[in-house]
Write a protein that binds this ligand. Structure first.
Ligand SMILES: C[S@@+](CC[C@H](N)C(=O)[O-])C[C@H]1O[C@@H](n2cnc3c(N)ncnc32)[C@H](O)[C@@H]1O
Length: 255
């Protein structure tokens, strides 16, 4: 099995209990606060950015998606785990208002992907001005903000992903991607050894992501460290120890 297949199988089986893990909830809360702090559109009074269409890579069960959605115009999450997406769909079904968010099972390789475009068209059609946001140049839906939490370390080719995200944005749109930092050998402890096979890298390296983002055309690139997660991990001798894992927020703007 490829790393991607291993990761898909793992998340399918973890989906049912994902939202019960305090570490997942805490990390998403901190990522949400960091996004609001670092994305200029949220700095207006009231903290909402109601004219933003958001794309989320690796939305999982929607922990971040359902926090962000009330503050933006629309949000589409993409994920490759049908188990995680089934939980996302249950949450959509439980909403009492017309949802402004949706999730699709897509491995993001193409911003013009027909499933992604169909989801964007469906959300736009629910709005009174549906369709206004279609880019005049190619008739395709594009986004104002791309977010992603704890997913970059599952992506095999960061340069390819960043290129796709750049293309998926409207002019002036931003990315704000959060994941744990690869600060050296100790970052490997973030996942127990049993999970290493489904992990493409042990965190994100500041210098690498900055270089990749600039190379694909992002401007105003800033790599911040908005929070540190304390996590109980396997020590050298197999005993449980608490370690600090710095999280990065990778910001860039499409000029
Ligand atoms: C660690 S989980 C994080 C989920 C969610 N962002 C959260 O914080 O609760 C990583 C998610 O990324 C998804 N994923 C992994 N590789 C992916 C890819 N290439 N494209 C889209 N999603 C991917 C997994 O299925 C999983 O749901």
């Amino acid at each position: 099995m490829s790393g991607q297949e291993v990761s898909k199988t793992r998340f399918d089986s973890e989906a049912a209990t994902w939202d019960a893990d305090e570490k997942h909830l805490d990390g998403v809360e901190k990522a949400f606060e960091a996004i609001k702090q670092h994305v200029p559109a949220f700095s207006a009074e009231g903290g909402d950015a109601k004219d933003l269409d958001v794309l989320e890579i690796g939305c999982g069960t929607g922990l971040l998606s359902f926090k962000l959605a009330p503050h933006v115009r629309s949000l589409i999450g993409v994920d490759t785990s049908s188990g995680m997406l089934a939980t996302f769909s249950q949450k959509i079904s439980a909403l009492s208002t017309t949802p402004n968010l949706a999730a699709v099972n897509v491995l993001v390789q193409d911003p013009d992907d027909k499933h992604l475009q169909a989801a964007a068209a469906d959300l736009a059609a629910r709005r009174p001005n549906g369709g206004n946001e279609i880019s005049a140049s190619n008739g395709k839906y594009r986004f104002d903000l791309v977010v992603s939490h704890l997913t970059l370390h599952h992506i095999p080719d960061m340069a390819a992903l960043c290129g796709v995200l750049h293309k998926a944005l409207r002019k002036g749109g931003c990315v704000a991607l959060t994941d744990y930092e690869d600060f050296g050998n100790e970052a490997r402890a973030f996942h127990p050894k049993a999970k290493w096979e489904g992990v493409e890298r042990h965190g994100v390296r500041k210098d690498e992501i900055e270089m990749v983002m600039r190379a694909v055309g992002f401007e105003d690139v800033r790599i911040e460290t908005p929070f540190v997660m304390q996590k109980k991990v396997e020590g050298e001798d197999g005993s449980e120890v608490e370690r600090d894992f710095p999280f990065l927020l990778c910001f860039g703007r499409k000029g």
